[in-house]
Design a protein around this ligand. Structure first.
Ligand SMILES: C[S@@+](CC[C@H](N)C(=O)[O-])C[C@H]1O[C@@H](n2cnc3c(N)ncnc32)[C@H](O)[C@@H]1O
Length: 252
């Protein structure tokens, strides 16, 4: 598929998905939320955002912002936030969310592979579940360009090197399974492309056994599995390559 078609299909998919969400946010009250709700909705989000450090007064980019919750949390931490996405539909939800939560955020429509920002515009970049939609070589080059020297970018991405998980993703029915035709969980080859631009890339895995929380209700079993994950990943960090999600920390 050529790049233009891929972008159109990504945009179409996400606009339609955003359209499907508008009814649930008819009332502005439903767009208000507390930071903890977002930070704890998946186990990697809070530790990943900690990797950005203190963002007070820093220019921060929410990269592929989607619904814009991370942008709101970052703005509430005192960052000067710019947020972009390809999807007009998601951008309009994100704009409404920023207004409902009373934070100033600059939103714009943009393609991550051709960013409309000057070199070194951002001290921090945050992205959740977005790199795996992109051409990694183009995206990495642009990301490096817009990051300030000494700047940090943190991405949380689905990971695709666990064969059992890859089978389950293909075969099992589960909530939130809808995918664009071109996205694919990140693989080692994507990391190699990122490392060419960000040689000091740090990689941390999340949800090894506790990925079972996708099908189990949270409770004692899931807490037990999370405890085991903590131990196992500390003892054998290479097990990260079997996790459900990874957090990537990139420094310019
Ligand atoms: C799985 S969603 C994640 C959204 C949000 N970051 C979150 O945490 O929910 C992927 C997002 O990437 C956006 N996207 C896909 N390709 C893009 C591109 N080339 N440039 C900018 N955004 C893109 C989609 O529109 C969508 O909002």
């Amino acid at each position: 598929m050529i790049a233009r078609d891929r972008l159109q299909s990504e945009q179409f998919f996400h606009d339609r998905q955003a359209q499907g969400r508008t009814a649930s946010f008819a009332d502005d009250n439903k767009l208000r939320f507390g930071d903890n709700w977002y930070l704890d909705h998946e186990t990697w989000v809070r530790p990943a955002m900690d990797r950005l450090g203190d963002v007070t007064d820093l220019p921060v980019l929410d990269y592929g912002c989607g619904h814009g919750m991370a942008a709101v949390v970052l703005a509430r931490r005192g960052a000067r936030v710019t947020a972009f996405d390809l999807s007009h539909g998601y951008l309009s939800e994100a704009r409404r969310r920023a207004e409902a939560n009373n934070v100033p955020i600059t939103f714009l429509q943009a393609d991550a592979e051709h960013l409309p920002f000057a070199d070194g515009s951002f001290a921090r970049v945050w992205g959740n579940a977005v790199l795996h939609h992109l051409d990694m070589r183009l995206a990495a080059r642009e990301l490096h360009r817009v990051l300030q020297p000494g700047g940090i970018a943190v991405f949380c991405e689905p990971w695709g090197e666990n064969p059992l998980l890859a089978w389950a993703r293909r075969r099992l029915p589960y909530r939130g399974k809808e995918r664009t035709p071109d996205e694919q969980p990140l693989r080692r080859r994507h990391l190699r492309a990122l490392r060419e631009v960000f040689p000091s890339l740090q990689f941390e895995g999340f949800q090894l056994l506790s990925m079972a929380r996708r099908v189990l209700r949270s409770g004692r079993i899931v807490s037990g599995l999370e405890w085991c994950d903590g131990r196992l990943l500390r003892l054998a960090p290479s097990l990260s390559h079997f996790c459900r999600y990874v957090v990537l920390t990139l420094r310019r």
